[in-house]
Design a protein around this ligand. Structure first.
Ligand SMILES: NC(=O)c1ccc[n+]([C@@H]2O[C@H](COP(=O)([O-])OP(=O)(O)OC[C@H]3O[C@@H](n4cnc5c(N)ncnc54)[C@H](OP(=O)(O)O)[C@@H]3O)[C@@H](O)[C@H]2O)c1
Length: 380
């Protein structure tokens, strides 16, 4: 029996965590082509916080969120939460009833056309339409992928959500990363970084992690060839040479930006005679600062190719879902919070300790015992 109201965490405007209100909302009804999903877990992304705080300027001094299609799509009130795992409980017109009961994971994009190989106006569930910080959500049926794998809990499945994994994949495909290439992954312990390390190994590339030394053991276990400490950037080139046997890094998958960008170029160009391809920098995040100073002469004389990356394509989501089903990708789940405790989760996320790796997930209170409690970060 589907209720008429549900608990949801509603974003009421740009601002701090106080802008998030836990309240009753109507359960949405699936339109033609949609499924109604009972949410069991939704992974937290840095993107939620940045959208809430309006930290996606495309000109200096702006405070805004995504509007690549020409107009703002983050309309308040909005339910955030992009990486949704759950079960289909009802279907809209045109969707076969056999889908009811399916456990699945969302391809989080709001696509504006049917193209499978390009996504020019990135937007997503939890931003341009309601997302998973609620008990129920309506989603396009073709973007809610059936992932039956019994070895994966719902919380683990949510932790493999597309916001991190598809972005990571698109960083690699944009830069045309090939087997055998040496790839520096920055922000390596985060959601996108841990996805990048795994994806490099799947395609046969060799990932080097830039992180903090106390995260070295789990990053090596995840597949990193070596872990470089980001707290000592003065000796960075020497440490890269040591790790690679003197070879330049083929490419950099960057989530950090800021003052480090110039160092990332250094490690690709220090010996151009040793290279057989152009240096390539994919950038999808700027956790270390949104402004970098770079000499353009360095970029064009060394022919550094720079790829800006937001989200990815239908094709990439489909491939990733196949790898999840096939067991090639593993969850990196740090822990879970109750939906009603999202304010606390947001603070925990920003002030995370040195043991943090991968993702945290948010579980509706009504699903907590089964799907959240085994991963609880707070003693109850
Ligand atoms: N373009 C897109 O489509 C897209 C999609 C998803 C995310 N993003 C962005 O990509 C970035 C990473 O996302 P995420 O979800 O992986 O975030 P995350 O889980 O918060 O991880 C970010 C990681 O960056 C490192 N870091 C944080 N502050 C830093 C600093 N000041 N200097 C250097 N390193 C720092 C930390 O890793 P270590 O401790 O291991 O160094 C941290 O774990 C974020 O900026 C996010 O907004 C973009």
């Amino acid at each position: 029996m589907i209720p008429s109201t549900m608990k949801a965490m509603v974003l009421t405007g740009h601002g701090g965590v106080d802008a998030l209100k836990y309240q009753d909302m109507p359960v949405p009804e699936p339109a033609p082509g949609q499924v109604l999903v009972q949410v069991t877990a939704t992974a937290k992304n840095n993107t939620d916080r940045k959208a809430r705080e309006g930290l996606y300027p495309t000109r200096k001094g702006e405070m805004q969120s995504f509007q690549m299609g020409g107009k703002p799509t983050l309309i308040f009130p909005r339910i955030q939460g992009a990486d949704i795992a759950g079960r289909v409980v009802a279907v809209g017109e045109g969707v076969h009833e056999s889908r009811i009961g399916e456990r699945g994971l969302l391809d989080f994009n709001i696509y504006t056309d049917d193209r499978r190989d390009i996504n020019l106006t990135p937007d997503y569930y939890g931003h341009g339409a309601d997302g998973g910080y609620a008990e129920y959500v309506v989603l396009p049926s073709d973007q809610f992928y059936h992932i039956p794998n019994p070895e994966l809990s719902d919380a683990e499945l949510a932790s493999m959500g597309m916001c991190s994994y598809q972005t990571a994949m698109h960083m690699l495909t944009s830069a045309n990363i090939q087997a055998g290439e040496r790839v520096l992954v920055t922000g390596a312990s985060g959601g996108v970084g841990t996805a990048l390390i795994q994806l490099c190994r799947i395609i046969g590339a060799v990932p080097y992690a830039l992180s903090q030394q106390d995260k070295a053991v789990p990053l090596l276990a995840l597949g990193a060839e070596a872990v470089l400490d980001r707290t000592d950037m003065d000796s960075f080139v020497d440490r890269v040479k040591e790790a690679t046997g003197g070879q330049p890094m083929t490419a950099v998958m960057d989530l950090v930006g800021g003052e480090m960008t110039d160092r990332f170029i250094d490690i690709m160009i220090f010996d151009m005679n040793a290279r057989s391809t152009y240096p390539r920098l994919s950038i999808a995040g700027a956790s270390g600062g949104n402004i970098s100073e770079i000499l353009w002469t360095r970029i064009y004389l060394y022919q550094v190719q720079i790829f800006g990356v937001s989200h990815g394509t239908r094709e990439e989501a489909e491939q990733l879902m196949a790898w999840i089903r096939g067991g090639q990708l593993k969850p990196v789940l740090h822990g879970a919070f109750r939906l009603s405790d999202l304010h606390h989760a947001e603070e925990y996320f920003v002030n995370r300790g040195s043991n943090y790796l991968g993702k945290i997930v948010i579980v509706p209170d009504s699903q907590w015992q089964e799907h959240g409690k085994p991963y609880a970060l707070i003693d109850e």
